[in-house]
Design a protein around this ligand. Sequence first.
Ligand code: UDP
Length: 374
Amino acid sequence: MIETFTAKRLLFVLGTRPEMIKVAPLIREARRQGAEAILVNSGQHADLLTPLFDLFDVHPAHDLEAMVAGQPLNRLLSRVIDRLDPVLEQVQPDYVLVQGDTATALGGAQAAFHRKIPVGHIEAGLRSGNPLSPFPEEMNRRLVSQIATLHFAATERNRAALLAEGIADSQISVTGNSVVDALHYTLANTRPGEVIEKLREQIAGRQVVLLTTHRRENFGDTMRTHLRLLRRFAEAHPELCVVFPVHPNPAVKEAAELELGGCDQIIITTPMGYADFVHLLSDSWLIVSDSGGIQEEAASLGKPILVLRENTERPEGVDVGVARLVGERASDLESLLNEAVADTAWFDHAAKAEKVFGDGQASQRIISRLLLPP
Ligand code: UDP
């Protein structure tokens, strides 16, 4: 008799906020389909992760505590590999699953490869085309693609990028991005909390421009220029209010203090819990962000977004007219902000645009594929 293999034990390795948001729906779905789903937390973003475990009711079985403040990337990567190895030996999973492009994703894939455990890559095939930007994420995701045996691409464009690099079509599944699953789940199962109630009082009926910026490529002059222009724009538009949850990275905090202090039109907050953040996102008029996940969420909610980046590995949002890219010159943000005020058609168009990043069923497709014979 031929025994058919069915993956039963799935080990998910993650360590940052966006990874947890995008992986939590998969773990819930794996358990729903009767598989054993084990979560390993590398600790790369300790503070931002903890509230997400409760929100999704998905908790880590292993904590690698790989993060040490200020440590170089090489030490982080080597600590992830070194500390994950005994967990792999103990758990003996059928698959190791990694998401996206972080040091944790690369370390997880590499550690699994050394133990000849097949790797599934969630959100595979994103490419900016420049190996140095975003740094080091673009190279991390290219390297994970070399290691993975199953590639879960969010879009057809991501599939095409993988095929162009020689990956076999049979190893790729186009599933949509599981961030859409997380967004739908959270909007349906939570209500805006106290933080949002208080914020609404401060916003006082003005339209919200929701700002986030934290990418390493923008640190320094670029970020300061963006913030200065946003301040000038907000001061010229009393009907608007910029809300800026500031990322804990000291480079972001410092730029915010230098450029935005004492401005009534700008509300600065600490990072928000995911549920509060997505409720605010869906109430906002315009999004301004350099985040990857927020580009996907904005497109899924039909909200116009100005992307504070030179390039984007998520051009699908630009293609359907929801996103506009600031590009290489930070000063171009000013004309894009002014155009947004003048161009009301953009808002109508964005609201009706095709939902390019998924339909909320990515987790179901990914887990069903993982539970098939290889
Ligand atoms: N997010 C959040 N609270 C905030 C800001 C962002 O929960 O105050 C969420 C956001 O909805 C998105 C994710 O964090 O799903 C994006 O994470 P980040 O911008 O850190 O990383 P990237 O997506 O650029 O890798």
